[in-house]
Design a protein around this ligand. Structure first.
Ligand SMILES: [Zn+2]
Length: 1014
């Protein structure tokens, strides 16, 4: 690159200035920007360079091309400690990582040393009790009036309260807030390191470039948002460094308490503390931009995405993405830095990422994906799909480059500084856009077509509806309650019904969540889920209102959590008869709190009705909980608190019942992957279901039935075989995951002296024995495939249809066996379910079920998504110019289907099973839910192609085995704190664990599996 400014040249020409002391400036009224003239007359003197630090920057940089004049030096300061002074090393030093607690200490020290330009405070606490912190940086006048600047953005947020005249004034006086976040994905280590240096530079440096940023933008930084994961990551890095060559290296086992990478899929569910913290800060500060720093691309990807973009996003945002990204690409390309690009990664569709919190609040969310920090030096040799020159990648990454942590620091710090500078220079544009977006959102409510949404308060799942309202309120959506009965459109609104007004700024959030998604498969392959419709996932009613008059109806804004009406109803005998003679019948409404009620009162005898019945004019669904001789005084407050309704009667209804015996629950995880199971834990923890948590290795210890009644084994991922075998037994020494003096942050949530090896065949045998002896095993997602693939169960086969394409969609599930305890409480024939490509169950229909297409469709090795998806790197595979001489034909690659147990491994297992003395019986699986027969009826939200392969395939199966049961969910009942509508399927299986045969059709009838009930 001939025109590139060399690093050395840049260093020579770099103009570094220091401004005169602040006291010399004209004092400005707080809240008002000092005039540009005032800034211009500032006396400027050259600023001293920190020679030692600058020397290290040069030493550590692996390739001089990855630098700009912004980051090739560090300014010196007499008062503010540099990272080298404070932490003992320069940012970008190979072989070193910094703990979050030390980054926080440094930020605190920065604010202490430069209180006029920086402010530090704690903004949250993680699940494991660590602090989440924030540093604000701006010039002296701005920091002094920080609250006033925050309030100005608050005014621009709400056109209902702010006049146009006032807004026009604010566009000149307010300052955009740029909120940089990093350290969410703990193995992506460079963002937090870079932000150490960026904070110092923003506070100390006196170039006009940095002064302009300080003067016109308020920079907020949370350097590590997943604090728990960062500390574990640093421990893990240093632990591995000391391992002998050839020994297995420890992967980062847990990040936060619950999930790993999915901590960036919590934007809608907002279960995790880190997401809640960013939302809280967003609602308080109204950041103009939220910028999240990641590491997964070569060398720096600045987000725009390939599309399709989220339908509900204000179109202005799309232009803002592009403007900001193009500015990054242009400025870096101008300086000859290769490999800065946009577009060809990620789509922009699903709002479950953290930075989408900005979009649902009319701000701008964006992210970088940077070449990994390391922290050890390495070489990068990307393939042609990365190095080809494309329209979105005018100066592509090189075929080979020496990389290291300083490269990572340089490239992302430079780009981020160019972004800050761009927003500083164009602050009025971004403030105006923000104001416009808020105005347009409010206008949408006035102009329609959707003026409001009504969430009936007394709907069947009233407790879950109240929960949903509260979660929406936490995200900033205003919810009101109808103060009187009225008609809106065709809808009868009752007093107390929840109303989401459409004429509020954050209605964007309601639009995003409540919309139905339509993702044609011809689009680029989706990056994540394609369907998320809030009310479908939660199985609650949220009704759009197209009648503008609703806005004038009497309603009051909710100012505290909503609570569903609950308690004891009905005309049955009440207190007059005294405690001990009342029977309480608790309606099973599929509300998730029902399981809480059961486990909160575990010493109270409770029974479940096995049929629908009517009592005192009220229709009860099977599963209604009957509490004989109830202590009403004790139970009524609990019911009230949980928003559940019970009826008091003199005698138990004449319906068949079974006892709800409290199970001892074991919960199995795999050391192969701790990513997904946390969402199941999240649901159990929140709804008060206790369990013993242990690794699958421990299954080998046996005697499971004596310890547990229920074992929950959530999705791990991978084939049945890989799930049984676990992490490979590589290396000569054990691979411990333990809390030690050297690894104080490890050993949480679970520990092991050696994480290698999984349950193995021995553990699998013990698991099968557990079921044979009367235990209930609950599996979901990938773990459902283990028993069928090892032929432990006989009624189900796992299919891998080649032409099926369904990526995180909401599909129609038919409840085919309403008498199964798993379906208790659901009074409808159909339920929206989350489904993501696999597993596909075929339940053998030995009784003339007549299911079609049992085999594996499509050619082996065929890409399920072949023919779909836009090729975003068309030049990566150049046209083949035919040579004059004919070429030999190339063999067609045959990728083959997924790994499965080898025939000899399955045989070995059967032998083991025989030795253990049990035969695999001919099972009679009970299909509780299944897909519709007609593919055209399946898709509710998201994407689907080749749905024929799902016709009549089972979604929830209860297979008897010996004295016990295996419950298998192809749908994911506990998906990412979003699928609350299906939690109860799992909770029902837990509560009714030893009565799952209730309501089962007599043997030979086979009716329940295939005949829809209505
Ligand atoms: Zn990431």
């Amino acid at each position: 690159m001939n025109l590139r400014l060399t690093c050395a040249a840049v260093a020579v020409v770099a103009l570094v200035w220091v401004s005169a002391p602040i006291a010399a400036q004209n004092s400005t009224r707080s809240g008002q920007a000092p005039s540009a003239k005032g800034a211009a007359v500032r006396q400027s003197l050259p600023q001293k360079i920190d020679e030692e630090y600058t020397k290290r920057i040069k030493q550590n940089l692996q390739d001089p091309r990855i630098s700009t004049e912004l980051v090739d030096h560090l300014p010196a300061s007499d008062t503010v400690p540099s990272p080298l002074k404070f932490l003992g090393r320069a940012v970008g030093t190979p072989g070193e990582l910094t703990y979050a607690k030390d980054i926080s200490r440094y930020y605190e020290a920065l604010a202490k040393a430069a209180p006029a330009r920086a402010k530090y405070w704690k903004v949250g606490t993680t699940e494991e009790g660590r602090d989440i912190v924030l540093l604000a940086i701006a010039d002296e006048a701005t920091i002094k009036a920080l609250d006033q600047y925050r309030n100005m953005l608050g005014e621009l947020t709400d056109p209902r309260k702010t006049t146009e005249a006032r807004a026009q004034q604010l566009l000149h006086t307010a300052k955009p807030i740029y909120y940089a976040i990093s350290g969410m994905h703990s193995p992506e280590t460079g963002g937090p390191e870079m932000l150490i240096e960026l904070a110092y530079r923003l506070i100390v440096e006196e170039t006009p470039f940095i002064q302009n940023i300080r003067h016109n933008v308020i920079t907020l930084i949370t350097p590590v948002i997943e604090v728990d994961g960062r500390e574990k990551q640093v421990d893990t890095y240093y632990f591995n460094k000391k391992r002998a060559p050839g020994d297995a290296r420890l992967p980062l086992m847990y990040w936060g308490k619950y999930v790993q990478h999915d901590n960036n899929r919590d934007g809608m569910g907002q279960f995790l503390k880190l997401t809640q913290t960013v939302t809280k800060e967003t609602l308080e500060w109204h950041p103009t931009v939220i910028h999240d720093l990641h590491e997964a691309q070569t060398y720096l990807y600045s987000s725009t995405g390939t599309g399709p973009y989220n339908n509900e996003i204000d179109p202005i945002v799309v232009s803002e993405w592009w403007t900001l990204a193009q500015n990054d690409v242009m400025e870096m390309t101008k300086r000859g830095v290769p490999g800065v690009w946009t577009y060809g990664f990620y789509d922009g569709w699903v709002p479950n990422y953290m930075f989408f919190i900005a979009h649902s609040h009319n701000s701008i969310g964006r992210f970088y994906e940077v070449q990994s920090y390391g922290p050890d030096n390495y070489e990068v040799r990307p393939g042609a799909t990365v190095t080809s020159k494309e329209w979105f990648r005018p100066n592509p990454p090189l075929p080979l480059i020496k990389w290291g942590p300083r490269n990572n620091t340089n490239i992302q710090q430079s780009a981020l500084l160019f972004s800050l500078s761009h927003v500083a220079k164009n602050k009025e544009l971004y403030l105006e856009n923000y104001w416009m977006k808020n105005k347009r959102a409010v206008d949408k409510g006035k102009n329609g077509p959707t003026h409001a949404w009504v969430i009936p308060a007394t709907q069947r799942r009233k407790a879950d509806a109240a929960d949903a309202v509260n979660e929406l309120r936490l995200q900033g959506l205003e919810v009101s309650r109808a103060a009187a009965a009225f008609k809106a459109g065709g809808l009868d609104v009752k007093p107390g019904d929840y109303i989401v007004r459409g004429d509020q700024p954050f209605r964007t959030l309601a639009d995003m969540y409540f919309a139905i998604q339509n993702y044609p498969p011809q689009n680029p392959s989706p990056y994540d889920d394609t369907g998320w419709t809030f009310q479908y996932m939660r199985d609650i009613r949220i009704l759009p209102v197209g009648d503008k008059a609703i806005l004038d109806q009497p309603m009051t804004l909710l100012t505290a959590d909503a609570k569903a009406p609950g308690g004891v109803e009905g005309s049955g005998p009440s207190t007059a008869l005294g405690a001990g003679s009342v029977t309480l019948v608790v309606d099973h409404t599929a509300d998730n709190n029902l399981v809480t009620f059961r486990f909160k009162n575990k010493d109270v005898k409770m029974m479940a009705a096995e049929d629908d019945f009517e009592l005192g004019g009220h229709k009860f669904r099977a599963g209604a909980i009957i509490v004989p001789n109830a202590d009403r005084a004790k139970l009524e407050p609990v019911l009230k608190d949980l928003g559940l309704s019970a009826w008091a009667v003199a005698a138990a209804p004449s319906v068949k019942t079974h006892d709800l015996d409290i199970p001892r629950i074991g919960y199995v995880h795999s050391w192969s992957r701790t990513q997904d199971e946390g969402w199941v834990r999240a649901a159990l923890d929140t709804f008060g279901v206790p369990y013993m948590y242990f690794a699958d290795q421990k299954l080998k210890d046996g005697n499971l039935r004596s310890k547990y009644d229920v074992i929950i084994f959530p999705h791990v991922g991978g084939s049945a075989q890989s799930q049984v075998n676990g992490p490979p037994m590589t290396g000569n020494s054990p691979l411990p995951y333990r809390k030690t003096a050297e690894t104080p942050n490890l050993g949480y949530v679970d520990q092991s002296d050696d994480i290698r090896g999984g349950m193995g065949l021995q553990g699998l045998l013990e698991l099968a024995k557990f079921v044979q002896e009367g235990g209930t095993l609950i599996t979901e997602g990938s773990t459902t495939t283990i028993f069928p693939e090892y032929a432990i169960t006989s009624g189900i086969s796992i299919e891998e249809p080649a032409r099926l394409f369904v990526r995180g969609s909401i599909l129609r599930g038919k409840i085919t066996d309403k008498k199964s305890p798993i379906a208790y409480g659901y009074d409808q024939a159909e339920l929206p379910v989350y489904f993501n490509q696999a597993p596909v169950f075929n339940v053998a229909s030995g009784f003339g079920g007549g299911r079609g297409g049992g085999g594996r469709g499509g050619a082996p090795g065929e890409n399920p998504n072949a023919g779909f998806g836009q090729n975003v790197t068309p030049n990566a595979v150049p046209l083949r110019i035919q040579p004059f001489e004919p070429q030999p034909a190339e063999a067609t690659p045959t990728a083959g289907r997924g790994e499965r147990p080898q025939a000899d491994e399955a045989a070995a297992f059967r032998q083991l099973a025989q030795q253990a003395g049990f035969a695999i019986p001919e099972g009679r699986a009970r299909v509780v839910m299944q897909f519709p027969a007609n593919a055209n009826e399946m898709l509710l939200s998201g994407t689907l192609s080749g749905g024929e392969a799902l016709a009549n395939r089972a979604l929830a199966v209860d297979e008897p085995l010996g004295k016990g049961h295996v419950v298998m969910f192809a749908l994911r009942p506990f998906w990412r704190w979003q699928s609350q509508g299906t939690y109860t399927l799992g909770f029902n299986a837990i509560m009714n664990w030893n009565d799952l045969d209730a309501g089962k059709a007599p043997a030979g009838g086979r009716g329940t599996a295939t005949q829809p009930q209505r």
